[in-house]
Design a protein around this ligand. Structure first.
Ligand code: AMP
Length: 194
């Protein structure tokens, strides 16, 4: 099963992707996590990505498609995987189609977490205070200014993926404003039919 998660920053993609990954025993491939790992490792990709991520822009399509393509060749992706944060542009969606076609695979389902964007800044602020309360490091792009930028980038570059996948007949919408467990249950029901 190959699942793509769509939704603006702060919609809860990461949380739900982690739940589904554990429940269905398929890896969660978060391009944001992979890029942050590359930054922490001080690799070439990490050096190129750091400033771009910190200002809330998108890293180049080629870089992210390259890391995803390599990652899905790993053996733990054989029975499926969840893409969290990729694709984020129409060009990346075309790249993903080509990557999967080259491996004889196909997307099973695209889940869109639909949220009230006005509520997202409140969610961000509680994410920051929760992280601080746990003593965790706050992500360098988790601040209101960068967040607004990421939201604008989402509306401009990623939201067009909704009609793109609707046209392919694989898009499923989920009300992401419900309590976390209800969103998870809705996703479970949808995936049972994918
Ligand atoms: P995320 O953890 O998904 O919120 O991603 C954090 C940041 O990583 C984004 O704001 C982008 O700068 C970068 N990033 C993650 N995924 C992608 C992608 N598919 N394409 C381009 N940039 C990405």
């Amino acid at each position: 099963m190959i699942v793509v998660f769509l939704g603006p920053p702060g919609a809860g993609k990461g949380t739900q992707a982690a739940y589904i990954s554990a429940k269905r025993d398929i890896p969660q491939l978060s391009t944001g996590d992979m890029l942050r790992a590359a930054i922490a490792a001080g690799s070439d990709v990490g050096r190129q990505a750091k400033a771009i991520i910190d200002r809330g822009d998108l890293v180049s399509d080629e870089i992210v498609a390259g890391i995803v393509s390599e990652r899905i060749d790993m053996s733990d992706c054989e029975s499926g995987f969840l893409l969290d944060g990729f694709p984020r542009t129409i060009e990346q969606a075309h790249m993903l189609d080509r990557i999967l076609a080259g491996k004889g695979r196909d997307i099973s389902c695209v889940l869109e977490l639909v949220v009230d964007e006005g509520a997202l800044v409140d969610r961000l602020n509680s994410r920051i205070s929760d992280a601080k309360a746990r003593g965790d490091e706050v992500r360098s792009d988790d601040n209101v200014e960068t967040f607004q930028k990421r939201l604008g980038v989402y509306q401009e570059q990623t939201a067009p993926l909704v009609p793109f996948y609707e046209g392919k007949g694989v898009l499923k919408k989920i009300d992401g404003m419900q309590p976390v467990e209800v969103v998870s249950a809705d996703i479970d029901r949808i995936l049972d039919e994918c």
